[in-house]
Design a protein around this ligand. Structure first.
Ligand code: GDP
Length: 300
């Protein structure tokens, strides 16, 4: 079992009791421990560097108050900065979905294959139906895997939302427009569009999802990312963020045992709020993202 950050820093600062301020000298070794802890949590290096620089800037000159040790003072700075980076400063509204003035509000789902996109569509449909009292329609624009369309139909039916059938001979843009037309005619409040994912970044896939985005102009474009993804999360997030005007992130598989360093990497690259966390394979396993809890998890 790895030591948590407080324990790690406690070991380093034994010799520093009685120091009144955090200084370049007394924080350097502690910051190395913070860096190690983040790398062990699978945060990508550029995100680690940016975070350490920010903590250093905030920490220098900070007073070590009362009975606190310099280590504890630094842990305080690290925790505050981490929570801020995870989105604590954005306020609870950051996890809210936007709805169009003129329904249907369109939510476009983006992400690699296997990250949990289709499951998340089912979870979102359930959440919107039960918590927000919305009439929801789902559609799959994944024309490469008929099984994906069937899977979306199944999760949609399980949560009692409406499903717009598509076939793999149709074009994704045509599917999305037909579903939108149907949603308008049948007074749906929300249309969720699931899209094809590939195993890696693929320019054709990006062009396709950009075309769907351009055709239906969603109010929410959610990037779904697997918390277990580790270092790769940064490249994937960058590619999707460059290709699409993302409005939020869904971090899935947080029930796994990863420390979830992907959260920091994705925030670093996109700057977009993480709106939801997937915490189970089941369709009720979706939570509003909690930046402070995530900060503690990543720090260990
Ligand atoms: P897609 O290819 O992105 O549409 O991914 P799927 O929705 O098919 O999900 C891939 C796998 O991840 C399935 O086995 C899901 O049950 C599982 N999954 C999705 N979200 C979660 C989650 O939050 N936690 C866990 N443990 N598994 C999940």
């Amino acid at each position: 079992m790895l030591d948590n950050l407080t324990q790690r820093l406690a070991k380093v600062v034994k010799t520093m009791r009685g120091e009144a301020r955090l200084t370049e000298a007394n924080t350097a070794e502690m910051l190395r421990e913070v860096r190690m802890a983040l790398l062990e949590a699978d945060v990508a290096l550029p995100a680690v560097r940016e975070f350490i620089a920010k903590v250093k800037e905030k920490a220098l000159g900070e007073e070590v108050i009362g009975s606190l040790s310099p280590g504890q003072a630094l842990v305080g700075v690290v925790q505050r900065e981490m929570a801020a980076l995870m989105g604590a400063d954005l306020g609870p509204e950051a996890t809210q979905l936007s709805f169009a003035q003129q329904p249907p509000a369109i939510i476009l789902m983006a992400g690699l294959q296997g990250v949990g996109k289709t499951t998340t569509v089912g979870k979102l449909a359930k959440y919107l139906k039960e918590q927000k009292k919305k009439k929801v329609l789902t559609v799959s624009a994944d024309v490469y895997r008929p099984a994906a369309i069937a899977q979306l139909e199944s999760v949609t039916k399980q949560v009692g939302a409406d499903f717009f059938p598509s076939t793999s001979t149709d074009k994704p843009v045509d599917i999305a427009l037909a579903a939108l037309d149907w949603a308008r005619k049948h007074y749906h409040d929300v249309l969720i569009i699931d899209t094809a994912g590939r195993l890696g970044i693929d320019e054709a896939m990006m062009q396709e999802i950009r075309a769907v985005h351009g055709a239906v102009k969603p109010i929410e474009t959610l990037f779904v990312v697997d918390a277990m993804l580790g270092q790769d999360a940064i490249n994937t997030a960058k590619a999707f963020n460059d290709a699409l005007p993302l409005t939020g992130i869904v971090l899935t598989k947080l029930d796994g045992d990863s420390r979830g360093g992907a959260a920091l990497s994705v925030r670093h690259v996109t700057g977009k709020p993480i709106k939801f966390a997937g915490v189970s394979e089941k369709l009720d396993g979706l939570e509003a993202f909690d930046p402070t809890r995530m900060a503690s998890r990543v720090l260990g």
